[in-house]
Write a protein of this length. Structure first.
Length: 420
């Protein structure tokens, strides 16, 4: 989703300031020791000496800079899992889906006895779709809640901001939904369990040109890093395959009126690729139809929500888009997940929920082998190969990127069906 690629050019230093009272305390105890030897006020000196020893012991104990590896106390037998994403605001539907997917997996794992006798506990924090809020949330999860791992962030801009914090703290972070290229380059504690913008855009371009025979395209993209990455890779692949892109127009998140851009594009194109989210895509589709544009509607994983059809109606009929999950898959594990999710939340799971569900199951599998230890967990995650999840078979490459299938879905009779 939305990203901040400029963050990748140089790591920010998120190391927290060290409390320097310990060195002062050592000097203090040294001086008090001298006075203890020469003073006749032995009782007072002994009390001061003991106070200084207690102070020194406090300085050398575990602090915020080195949080314990366990996510909870041994007495509680709890492993804490963090989640961060927009639970309120314009992008709340994405964050809520991720939280619900993680919780569904945790409930199943705990019902089966937990992980090595430990119960998993989810602590979800609201980023409100803002990077600063996300950074504060992640810092809280690490410093105060002492989580063992974090599922998130949800939007790419959030993940770009908070990944260095998790990396510097040695806490595993796995995003189930941030698709901007380069996020896992932050370090070896950062993983991604979702197809990236460049991969999905290029595969859709290849499908519509090589298999459907479409030749002339226009692109309307959200002017954020998510939209730009999709636009750049789709147009590059289309032109590489010998087709043409005859118009490229941008819009901003939250825009309502797209008539000016659609007028420039005109109705002489085979397909209109919308590099953005379902909210704007539904409005673009309706306005395009009113202006007589009959081009095939194309999109990416930002389309994958029942709200696309709810908002777009007949205007989005026939639309094609990429996804990493299909709830209509007939496999037993997919249908079991869909059924459980519907019972819990009274709605069908989307790609965000499914990827989050698989992500939590993968983390739990790694925890079983690594034990409740952050460094060992990170190492075990790197060894995940061919995990059989509801979003398909998942492995991680040496950069922490998920290796998995790209699905192409179609809106057919007001529902999603699999085109490839």
């Amino acid at each position: 989703m939305k990203s901040m690629n400029h963050v990748f050019k140089g790591k920010k230093n998120y190391a927290r300031a060290k409390f320097d009272g310990c060195s002062e305390g050592k000097d203090h105890i040294h001086n008090r020791g001298k006075r203890f030897i020469i003073s006749s006020f032995r009782t007072v000196s002994i009390a001061a000496f003991l106070a200084a020893v207690i102070f020194l012991a406090g300085c050398t104990g575990s602090g915020a800079d080195s949080p314990p590896a366990s996510g909870g106390s041994d007495g509680d037998k709890i492993i804490k899992i963090g989640m961060v994403g927009p639970l309120t605001g314009d992008y709340a539907t994405y964050g809520q889906s991720v939280r619900n997917g993680v919780q569904t997996a945790i409930d199943e794992i705990n019902a089966e006895g937990g992980v090595n006798g430990f119960t998993l506990q989810l602590i979800a924090e609201d980023s409100k779709g803002e990077s600063t809020e996300a950074a504060n949330a992640v810092q809280k999860l690490i410093d105060q809640d002492k989580v063992t791992a974090i599922v998130g962030a949800v939007l790419s801009g959030e993940t770009a901001t908070v990944a260095p914090i998790a990396q510097d703290s040695g806490v595993l972070m796995v995003t189930p939904s941030s698709t901007a290229p380069g996020l896992t380059d932050t370090g070896d504690y950062i993983f991604r369990n979702v197809i990236t913008d460049d991969v999905q855009a290029r595969q859709l371009a290849e499908y519509v040109v090589s298999e459907l025979g479409l030749k002339k395209f226009a692109v309307l993209y959200a002017n954020n890093d998510y939209g730009v990455a999709l636009k750049d890779n789709f147009t590059a692949k289309v032109e590489e395959l010998g087709a043409s892109v005859v118009g490229v127009e941008s819009y901003l998140d939250g825009d309502e009126d797209f008539r000016a851009q659609l007028t420039k594009i005109g109705n002489e194109v085979d397909a209109l690729y919308i590099a953005g989210y379902y909210t704007e895509a539904a409005k673009i589709a309706q306005q395009a139809r009113r202006q007589g544009i009959e081009a095939r509607l194309l999109g990416a994983d930002g389309f994958y929500s029942g709200k696309l059809v709810e908002l777009g109606g007949d205007a989005v009929e026939g639309a094609l888009f990429t996804a990493g999950f299909y709830s209509g898959d007939s496999s037993e594990n997919v249908q079991a997940f869909v059924s459980t999710y519907k019972q819990k939340y009274s709605e069908e799971p989307d790609m965000f929920a499914a990827n989050a569900y698989d992500t939590m199951k993968i983390v739990a599998q790694a925890l079983e082998k690594a034990g409740n230890d952050r460094a060992a967990l990170k190492a075990e995650m790197a060894n995940v190969k061919d995990f059989p999840g509801v979003t398909g078979t998942t492995s991680f490459d040496d950069r922490g990127e998920a290796v998995k299938e790209v699905i192409i879905l179609k809106v057919e009779n007001g529902k999603f069906s699999r085109a490839r």
